[in-house]
Design a protein around this ligand. Structure first.
Ligand code: NAP
Length: 298
């Protein structure tokens, strides 16, 4: 396959970039290894995207991807395993074969962070989850914990509070990264108990299922019986598949200029994978628009 522009990722940033590239008549495809819409599609409710007072992440992403597809943006469901530079072109090795592109846009988002405790992997899907809007319904009338202090953790509590009987929100610091407004909203829910500063030290298991957690709460060890734990402790960029050097910040996010241009000519980046302080669907889309436009006119 030969393309003018190859976009790695079909979340809000990648899809919007596709829309802008395609509207200029160029041949463009988004490569997506998971589901269309990325992390945003898993968001229960988005109420800060202009034009939609309240919309589910899935519905918003469905609208954006339909618009992209109708314009002629190709969506390829495959993983990009390697990107190399060869004679001013980019060669992508994908699980479907090789792709040649004149320019690339990296919009692959981030990977969810895990706590790294002993039996975390075994209990994933058996009481441990990283997605409240995907798995929350399995915990109707049950007791769960949400771990984290960012907007994702608060959004998970918001989603779960009408489903679960009781929710513990566990944050490792007394201070939350989440917005004040969102935090105050969940503080008012009667079935939510906030425990800080606290960290999980052990996942307790019974018959292959999560049975509870052991926490260190301000220096004291406590055990809490639980049916489920939702980990919302952030994410990190994974860029091992890029076979050339890009300027990254200390945390490994891609440094871009105002045109979403990276340190390498003809390589652009947008969305959660770029170095910034504010990660929302709205600015992912705006950055996608800029990256797409830069590909066309630079
Ligand atoms: P985040 O803002 O990076 O928050 C991660 C949280 O997990 C922090 O409280 C952090 O604690 C904690 N944490 C990290 N590693 C930990 C560990 N090993 N053990 C225990 N706790 C740990 O991540 P996020 O909540 O996923 O949000 C990511 C971005 O998306 C943010 O920019 C956020 O605003 C945005 N977002 C926005 C919305 C919305 O507006 N509706 C919804 C979801 C996400 P420390 O604070 O101590 O580091």
């Amino acid at each position: 396959m030969k393309l003018d522009v190859a976009i790695i990722g079909a979340g809000p940033a990648g899809l919007t970039a596709g829309i802008f590239v395609r509207r200029a008549g160029l041949k463009v495809a988004c490569f997506e290894k998971l589901a269309i819409g990325g992390q945003a599609a898993l968001t229960y409710s988005i109420d800060n995207f202009p034009g939609f007072e309240k919309i589910s992440g899935f519905e918003l992403m469905d609208k954006i991807s339909t618009q992209a597809k109708n314009l002629g943006v190709q969506i390829e469901y495959c993983s990009v395993e390697k990107v190399e530079q060869l004679n001013n072109k980019f060669i992508l090795t994908t699980s479907m074969g090789k792709v040649e592109a004149n320019k690339i846009i990296i919009a692959c988002g981030c990977k969810v962070r895990r706590l790294g405790l002993d039996n975390e992997q075994q209990l994933t899907g058996h009481g441990i989850s990283y997605c409240a809007s995907c798995d929350g319904n399995f915990f109707k009338g049950k007791t769960v914990a949400v771990v984290g202090g960012g907007n994702s953790a608060i959004a998970d509590v918001e989603y779960l509070h009408n489903i679960a009987k009781k929710i513990y929100l566990i944050n490792r610091r007394d201070v939350f990264r989440a917005g004040e407004f969102q935090l105050n909203k969940i503080k008012a829910y009667k079935n939510v108990e906030i425990i800080t500063p606290a960290v999980i030290t052990k996942f307790c298991e019974k018959g292959g299922e999560l049975a509870g957690i052991e926490i260190n709460h301000a220096g004291a060890t406590k055990t809490i019986k639980l049916d489920g734990v939702f980990l919302a402790i952030g994410s990190y960029p994974e860029l091992d598949f890029i076979n050339f050097n890009l300027n990254l910040d200390q945390a490994g996010y891609i440094i871009v200029d105002q045109n979403m241009q990276t340190s390498v000519k003809n390589v652009y980046a947008c969305g959660d994978v770029v170095s910034k302080n504010f990660r929302q669907v709205i600015n992912a889309c705006a950055e996608g628009a800029t990256a797409g436009n830069s590909c066309v006119y630079n």
